[in-house]
Design a protein around this ligand. Structure first.
Ligand code: 16G
Ligand code: MG
Length: 552
């Protein structure tokens, strides 16, 4: 006997419109599902269903973003956003995986399992699900599938059309805070960011060595579409020169351009003119990542990645905080991929507390929330700054207090403006760009002065293909390898041969491979160190295909 509810329409819809192919298995990874767009129709429908259950359980608005970020245009993906703008709670990731993989006939039972396990007794609530999508041609039908899933369980889909991932996070938070965070519209988003940016910038657009001109690589995606609007509003205050803005269906999304290409290839993107000593930036396919770079007089490429943005932001916020006279705790969060030179600079020169978490925005974000001012960035350009309620309340109270000195007051108002130009809900390429431009402007720095803060250690990333990536497990924020047994000892022995050597290995959360990271005092040593470690991984973790080879 079962007293389960019957969700016949759910099954009927699934069978008729979004049937699951027999042989597919997909896992909700670091940032949701991601694979060939043609494999995802049933997954999208089911994520619509899950989003409704989650929204009823949390009694709040949930977001769903259809995107495969920096992947090729033929891929797509989906991620679920929790009521506070965070990534879907890990305990529910396995439910997402289960939903994606059960046969159509079991869909109703799985819904009932969730309802029972989480005591969801408000199945009639008309919960809102915010849906956004990137510029991929496949995103339109896939977002429609999410909507159908939401409707099948009588939720209310709110379609925001083509937007960036961070915009969806922002809309979700605005709605769940009853608009205290801002207006849940695109106009509200731009207005909040741009008003703050213009107030801080004042009417002097060029300062010292800072020039208000920036070359912008939109990766032929949503980051290009959105900045077009931004440019109109920024007018003369910041001249954003747009490149790679062929948006829908050009097949060029992320192709030889965009933040991932620039960071992983350490190369200047196609489609941007090679102008020397000019500040450039690239965003990725859903505009939640950004990196800066320039070409020097000899056309040598210089990258200013997430570590650089983190150090720039942390040092600026620390200074500004000191000027407010308030005692608030500031900290910086990185992953093991952060360049060792940046970590040393933060601890020893900036005297800011720095901590390391596992890879993935959700881990860094969570740690950053433990500070009053928590700056977090991954080297690949994902990151933002979060401010505690305590910090915000103190700033407002001090700014409004008549006995506060004029200097302290001014600093409090400025910091409040800076908070408004930051999208705290998640890393946001557009908001991060405005923050970097604000700081460089205020300091009167050109891109070289920013780079001169510290010198990156040479570093190298390699991939090793193995039979089963799950054989590699790690601890201590992925810096120590636990299995296969003996691998860490081997890594230690190899690393000890190299000056300033550091290396770690971990299973990728987005590709079926093991990643090897290495850094050392010289480029040659770094190459050797990376290969030696990769060879050990190949040997001890069941490598397949050609073994990594030392250069001759
Ligand atoms: C995803 C993560 C990113 C992480 C990357 C690691 C989000 C929004 N994105 O793109 O934070 O750096 O995966 O990829 O969380 P990997 O596991 O393949 O190295
Ligand atoms: Mg992205």
């Amino acid at each position: 006997m079962s007293n389960n509810n019957s969700y016949r329409t759910v099954y009927a819809f699934a069978r008729e419109m979004y049937p699951k192919k027999k042989d597919t298995y997909l896992q909700y990874g670091t940032a949701g599902f991601r694979t060939k767009a043609t494999e995802l129709h049933h997954v999208m429908y089911r994520m619509g269903l899950l989003a409704v259950l989650r929204a009823r359980y949390k009694k709040g608005v949930i977001g769903v973003m259809v995107t495969a970020s920096h992947n090729p245009e033929a891929d797509n993906g989906v991620k679920i956003i929790d009521p506070r703008g965070e990534m879907l709670e890990e305990a529910w990731e396995s439910w997402a995986t289960k939903f994606a993989n059960v046969v159509d006939e079991k869909l109703e039972d799985t819904i009932n399992e969730v309802i029972k396990l989480f005591n969801i007794d408000n199945m009639n609530d008309r919960v809102e699900i915010v849906i956004g999508k990137d510029t991929r041609p496949s995103s339109l039908p896939l977002a429609k599938a999410v909507q159908d899933g939401v409707l099948a369980l009588s939720g209310k889909p709110i379609d925001y059309g083509i937007v960036t991932t961070p915009q969806v996070h922002y809309f979700v938070v605005c709605k769940n805070t009853n608009r205290a965070y801002g207006q849940p519209t695109e106009e509200g988003y731009y207005r909040k960011l741009i008003n703050a940016f213009l107030r801080v910038r004042g009417d002097k657009y060029n300062k010292g060595n800072y020039e208000n001109r920036l070359m912008y690589d939109g990766a032929n995606g949503v980051g290009a579409k959105k900045v077009k609007y931004l440019r109109e509003v920024l007018k003369e205050s910041l001249l954003v020169e747009m490149y790679n803005d062929e948006i829908i269906g050009s097949g060029k999304l992320n192709h030889l351009c965009g933040a991932d290409y620039v960071k992983s290839q350490q190369k200047f993107p196609n489609g941007v003119p090679k102008e020397k000593n000019t500040r450039c930036c690239s965003v990725d396919g859903d505009a939640d990542r950004i990196v800066y770079y320039y070409l020097d007089d000899n056309e040598r490429f210089h990258l200013l990645d997430g570590d650089r943005i983190a150090t720039l932001a942390a040092s600026y916020l620390k200074e500004l905080l000191q000027k407010t006279g308030l005692d608030l705790k500031i900290g910086l969060v990185q992953s093991a991929y952060a360049n060792g030179a940046s970590t040393e600079y933060i601890s020893n020169k900036l005297n800011i507390s720095v901590s390391c978490t596992a890879t993935g925005v959700k881990h860094l974000h969570r740690k950053a929330l433990t500070y009053d001012i928590g700056v977090y960035f991954e080297a690949n350009g994902h990151g933002t700054v979060v401010f505690s309620n305590n910090a915000k309340q103190k700033l407002v109270a001090t700014a409004r207090n008549n006995s506060t000195s004029a200097d302290h007051k001014e600093a409090c108002f400025k910091l409040l403006d800076v908070i408004d130009l930051i999208n705290e809900t998640v890393g946001d390429a557009i908001s991060d760009m405005l923050l970097v431009e604000t700081i460089l402007h205020e300091r009167g720095w050109d891109v070289k002065q920013w780079e001169e803060c510290y010198t990156d250690l040479p570093n190298k990333l390699l991939k090793v293909t193995v039979k089963d990536r799950n054989v590699v497990t790690t601890t201590d924020a992925e810096r120590i390898c636990v299995t296969p047994e003996g691998l860490q000892d081997e890594i230690n022995t190899i690393v000890s041969k190299y000056k300033k050597g550091r290396s770690f290995v971990r299973a990728s959360g987005t590709e079926d491979i093991i990643r090897v990271y290495a850094e050392a005092a010289t480029k040659e040593d770094t190459e050797l160190l990376a290969i030696e470690v990769a060879q050990k991984v190949y040997e001890l973790a069941g490598g397949i295909g050609p073994a990594p080879e030392l250069p001759n």
